[in-house]
Design a protein around this ligand. Sequence first.
Ligand code: SF4
Length: 62
Amino acid sequence: MRVTIDEDSCIGCGLCVEECPEVFEMDDDKVRVKTGGVAGDVADSCKGVAENCPAEAIQIEN
Ligand code: SF4
């Protein structure tokens, strides 16, 4: 599973970093993806975060 963020849409709320620190990290007021490929429990956590992102800025490709 591959995770990307639309940086133009991200509002920097920090939810994804809080919920899934294995994958997301803050970079100034925006978030960046630390890793290209995600699997297992972390992938499940990522999917939940993507659904809850208030800006719908997280894209997931299987
Ligand atoms: S949850 Fe969405 S809007 Fe909030 S920091 Fe993460 S990518 Fe940005």
